[in-house]
Design a protein around this ligand. Sequence first.
Ligand code: UDP
Ligand code: MG
Length: 328
Amino acid sequence: MNHRTRPVLAVVVPCYNEEAVLPETIRRIRQQLDRLSGQGSIAPNSYMLFVDDGSADSTWPIIAAYHERDAAVRGLKLACNVGHQHALLSGLMHAKDDADCVISIDADLQDDVEAFGDFVEAYRQGSDIVYGVRAARKEDTPFKRGTAVLFYRLMRRMGTPVIHNHADYRLMSAKALEQLACYRESNLFLRGLIPQLGLPSSIVTYDRHARFAGESKYPLRKMISFAWNGITSLSVAPIRLVMAAGLTVFAAGMLAGAYALYSHGRGAAVPGWTSMMLTAWLLGGIQLISLGIVGEYVGKVYKETKRRPPYFIEATAGASQAEFHRQR
Ligand code: UDP
Ligand code: MG
């Protein structure tokens, strides 16, 4: 049978301390799988794969218990918390071995599972990547909305094509996942990488809801670090900015120097303690910032060269064992 017409769909869900929403999430995804396989849009052996990202609550026991009752609920337990992006990647890399296409979605039901049908339809029409784009962000705070707009704009300015209002709710074909697997970077920013695969893609819009239960695992501190990581791991624009600032300061310095010499020649030099202090401070500041930015890149190079494995799998529930054994 042609895989495009009746694909095996895997739904990958990274979970960090999500005991409060998990039963409802499983129920709703199960409903969608039943609906779509009933319509003949996906294969009956489609499944969901929950990645427990080192949760401290009963996330894993819940996954394991559901797996006992329903083989379509599979689980992957990471040995410790590695963060959303790497947890998601581990699930995607797992699912690519036996699924034709994979939808990634957060556990908190903020993204509308009703959109699954549109995702699969776009895949069946030939898209290798289908981006879920939020039609409205009514439920996010004005602060989160404002910073998000700024972030997308900044990313585009810095030369990284990101899809506006698209987070990590998307469908990827097995082919797209094979290509993604070739990227071996440890500073992972999936939504910046995936458009660079250059595969046929399309967009599905949906309404984003409030978290069903539990609280955000992305406090401001993590959001800032995520955005900063997104910029520095995909773009060299900050280095160029420093370079431009350096050149500007240098040019201004030349002019000021010429003026000082000229004043000195005329015997009109003012005892410039204030200006000296200002210059020293300004230059000191610029140098420190530059050092910080350069250091950020050096740090990233350092991390990449170590080629650390991004995660270790501690246990599986019905998930393919291939990668698990490769790690041994
Ligand atoms: N998550 C994860 N590891 C982490 C933090 C979050 O796997 O270290 C998961 C979390 O369980 C959720 C998704 O990533 O399924 C997105 O997190 P959250 O909804 O808290 O972020 P927000 O929507 O508030 O940005
Ligand atoms: Mg959320």
